[in-house]
Design a protein around this ligand. Sequence first.
Ligand code: SF4
Length: 394
Amino acid sequence: MQNSSAIPDISTLYRLPFSKNDNPNGWVEITTDCNLRCPGCYRGCNRDDNIALHVPLEQVMANVLEMKRIRNCQIISLSGGEPLLHPDLESIVRFIRDNQMFPFVHTNGLLLTPELITRLKRAGLAGLIIRVDSLSRNRATTEEALNSVRQKYGEMVNAIGGIHLTFLCVVNKENIGEINSVVKWSITNAKLVDFITFIPMRQVLFQKTDVIDSSKWIYLQDLCEQIQSVIPDIRYASYLGSKVENTAMKWLQSPWIVMNNRILGYAGPKFVESFQMFHHLFKGKYAYKFGQGRSYLNFFQILIISVFLSDFRGVARSFFKEIISNPLNLFQRATVQLLCYIIPPGLVDGMRDECDGCPDAILYNGKLVPSCGLEEYKLFENQTDNIQKDDSYR
Ligand code: SF4
């Protein structure tokens, strides 16, 4: 399946060292209530039979502590449903921070206001992961038009400061031709956004009789080819593999260094490897993000890194050219921005093709299961044989 020349050779990349019990992320869902009805919601919040419930505060706290105990998390991702609807969100955020982890909130953004972000920041909020895409709006708009929404949220979050910001964009055949505009917008607005993540749409089974329709699915090679058409020299650094296919990549990341609306260069595999190893050595856990809050590097930091890592020498040269063109650039900082693709499981040989080292695992009946597969675990109680077999689902 993964045979496009746009897909990097797996042997040139760094395999992120995440495992079940040593993973920077803990996934905690705090509500099944939502104020949007996105088609294909992985938790079924758009379905008429969805029961909208907030998880009680005590239970959320117990989940957070259990995640800390078994996962060694750097961050806790609060998800749902729409977490901003939970009446105890501030207390939850504070509890996570008090337990020496960074609280991140996944949201559709509709309820975000400067006042709410300020309150959450005071409680300890470290990051927002905002889903903005045309598929959640029934294709009533385009990805390019939605850049104004991304801009609005980016400016709102940045005005408060110190909050890591990710935009999620779910993609299928309908909108993949438009994602170049999202990438260009991200590079132009590197001062606002840290991560930009594309996730191919997949279908969740809610009934054993559901028939999977994969006709609009896209795959890693589609994402790589699309992005290469806007960034021909793109280089990737790190990945997570598949639990099933030997050389498939489920997460693929390109950390790049941006300044003055252009990519100065790429932080290569050795940078990510050194960062993760040093982070684990000194902080005892792997990292989901680079540094506290936003991630910047000044010229001198880039120079020092480039002494040790050859990948950074190109970044240093590009930065130097910016200084030559305008000496005031010496006092600027470049942003470390990350492009990430996450390929959710399809079915391969009747087995669930999960990400090896899944960072988004959730607790279900005391077991860790991928949050994207929770509904199937509930339906089949882990009897994946019952899931219909078709090699086209990947
Ligand atoms: S297995 Fe599913 S939940 Fe886990 S990281 Fe992959 S896509 Fe996300």
